[in-house]
Design a protein around this ligand. Sequence first.
Ligand code: ADP
Ligand code: MG
Length: 352
Amino acid sequence: APAPQRRAIQDLPDELISQIAAGEVVERPASVVRELVDNALDAGATQITVRLLAGGVRLISVEDDGCGIPREELPVALRRHATSKIRDLQELEHVGTMGFRGEALAAIASVSETAILSRLDGEDNGWLLEARSGELRPAARNRGTTLEVKELFFSTPARRKFLKSDATELAHCIESVRRHALARPDVGFSIWHEGKLVEQWRAVPMGEGTDRNEALARRLSDVLGADFVASSIAVLRTSASSGITVYGRAGLPDAARSRPDQQYCYVNGRFVRDKVLTHAAKSAYEDVLHGHKQPIYALYMEIDPARVDVNVHPTKIEVRFRDSREVHQAIKHAVEDALAAPRAALLAQAAG
Ligand code: ADP
Ligand code: MG
């Protein structure tokens, strides 16, 4: 074969850089929903409305009542590596927001027709920016922001071919909002598809002194069903040695399922998929669950942000712990503690 001819090294065009980055962040409509809801939560929203057409492929609109974006910053929001959330390395290491990479909107805008409509408090009107044309014009709305993402992957047909049926994409979008909703009982969520309301989870009032697990139980009941709460038990434990707090609910052994489809883990409010956490939770059921039965649970871990690195995965669904052994212990002991009472009752029943 002829030797390949060497081509000169060149900088990639900006648009292509964003499209490549989009490959990591935006896999399907549900990824867009996740990023936009993250942003709405970071903006302090109390009510978030998600509207979808064709499973999110034709339209994803996420509307919030958060702080809004000033007119002059609208174009900046769409730029790569532009963020209001961190300023320096110090802040990166203690990041308390869902976002911080400043990549999502630029990536999404590079593979769709994106528009931002936003209004600040105290302004007469909002402003609408169309990403592709750069057109900026006044528009009516209340305080907050709406991101509109149309025709996802219209410019990247290869990507578009990987999408599944509208029903499947819709299910993934709903699951994405569900993960957020389980982390934030204080925020109201609604999801519309093709003009029909498909899910609505009302904000749980959380005043001073509201019991966190009580508020959570209400949200879990709304989102996962009353059965989830009825067949699970409250978890709450702070490890004296590591300072890690774990709360939430762990399913009774009887509620275990054949598939791990009701296992939710959060680290400092962020939904994560992590082998250490799932292994730890499973190991708490070691002597009460047999075979391949999967326990159900929603577990929330609070850990010093300096002890967890959230900047290891573009979608932040994976994290790295500085000391995974102490994390494993904290989860295992918290779930074991919760299960101890019902287990004792079961044993007594068996003995009697
Ligand atoms: P990141 O969330 O990592 O900062 P994004 O690309 O998702 O990056 O968003 C860029 C910036 O746009 C954010 O830092 C934020 O200042 C602003 N922004 C995005 N969405 C919203 C929103 N719904 N409300 C207010 N500001 C927003
Ligand atoms: Mg973001």
